[in-house]
Design a protein. Structure first.
Lengths: 237, 237
DNA sequence: CAGTGGTCTAGACCACCGA
DNA sequence: CGGTGGTCTAGACCACTGT
């Protein structure tokens, strides 16, 4: 493992364990370089990741301040999978597959997955548990033409890893829509939603490199643990 | 201006002018370092920005590939607020400027707008009313160095029209963050929030083409009238 | 003023790719 | 094998912050 990644994980862990708390200063870059027996530039690469995650804020001439953001306010940016995020943040996570069925598309799904009636699709329902709390409910639909086989084991690991490395699919782009909804009965049943009157829903359509739609997903998040980050280029006019 | 930012802008311009086209290789990092008479690490910082923008893709052992600049040509991401929809649908909309003041940056704003203490900034607070309902609360902060003058009339019309056409500013890009928060007292006071226990907050930092931050905005939405659409490219790793 | 983060340099070694 | 990008080092100067 690269040194700056290791240091990054170590710092995330220390912040999680409140070794430094909100509004406190991180040791200076020179101090950290000495502590980790490395160069300042390497420390800076690790700190860059903390800044990207919103965990610290750098102030010129002063130092790096802990922002006190909850670690679990993890960003959903681009097409990042749950597994990648969890790994990146070194969090204790658990994925439970509660439903894995092969079915024919009904009316609602036909339009969402842009398939014809009677086309076969996979349905996967998974809860995502972080530090013991069920925070996310993912409902995935895959076009069986693109994904002929799925197992519970694959769904518990990273589906994307399977798709890209085993099946050789190339994911190209996704269209996303974020809305806030009232929790359904299933949401209340399968997530820890006590006291919350909303869920944040990310609806995604994912396309392959031949521009064919192969996945429709609803990722339902508890609002306090949701954060979306975006880097948008100004469009002309 | 920092060297790596200058190089970054230069490369963006060259890509825009099709000096290199889609699927072509950029010169290697060593070549670029020679061309720009700088070190390789500095070139790498410039290339990092191009990667973040999705303009190039780096491949270990091969080089940097131009991914195509459609990204610069059409919107990859945007916000569809109910106000914009309402305007398109010819609904009755109203903007009310409730606060327009010139003030010095306090601690919180210093970091958000990345300015020094005692720098002057404009604060604008506006409510957005659609079909008689106050749905959106916008709080804008502008760096006075970039925007020396603002009037109530300008704020009631389009501020951006004024910035780009009157002041000649060029907006380059924005960093956005979407979170769900509990309504503040001001939210309840200035918006119609009966029965809603959350607001969706879009926090934006807007940058000019010299990469300087000139605006920080919080756009606070009633959750039932909120929708965010995004077109995302695959981000590897 | 001394200390901080921001930038920059000129090396170095590595894993990977294509010929 | 040579060239590529990925990482790392040990310096350096700067602008900014506090006291």
């Amino acid at each position: 493992m690269q040194k700056y990644i290791t240091i990054y994980h170590d710092l995330v862990e220390k912040i999680r364990q409140k070794q430094w708390i909100k509004d406190e200063m991180l040791p200076s870059e020179n101090e950290l370089a000495t502590m980790y027996e490395t160069s300042r530039e390497t420390i800076r690469k690790a700190l860059d990741l903390l800044v990207q995650d919103g965990l610290i804020q750098k102030v010129r001439g002063k130092g790096s301040v802990i922002t006190g953001l909850n670690i679990l306010d993890f960003p959903v940016s681009g097409l990042v999978s749950f597994k990648e995020l969890a790994t990146k943040m070194n969090l204790e996570t658990k994925t439970v597959v509660t439903d894995l069925t092969c079915m024919k598309a009904d009316g609602g799904l036909q339009s969402k997955l842009e398939v014809n009636q009677n086309e076969w699709i996979w349905k996967v329902v998974r809860t995502r548990e972080i530090s013991g709390e069920k925070i996310i409910l993912d409902i995935d639909y895959f076009n069986k033409k693109a994904v002929p086989e799925l197992t519970k084991e694959i769904c518990e690991e990273s589906i994307y890893n399977y798709l890209e490395n085993e099946l050789g699919l190339t994911i190209s782009f996704a269209k996303k829509e974020i809305v806030v909804e009232e929790p359904t009965d299933r949401d209340r049943q399968m997530m820890d939603l006590e006291g919350f009157s909303n869920v944040v829903v990310i609806k995604s359509k994912v396309y392959l490199d031949d521009a064919s739609l192969f996945q429709y997903t609803e990722s339902r998040h508890r609002p306090d643990k949701f954060k979306f980050v975006d880097f948008a280029r100004r469009t002309h006019n």
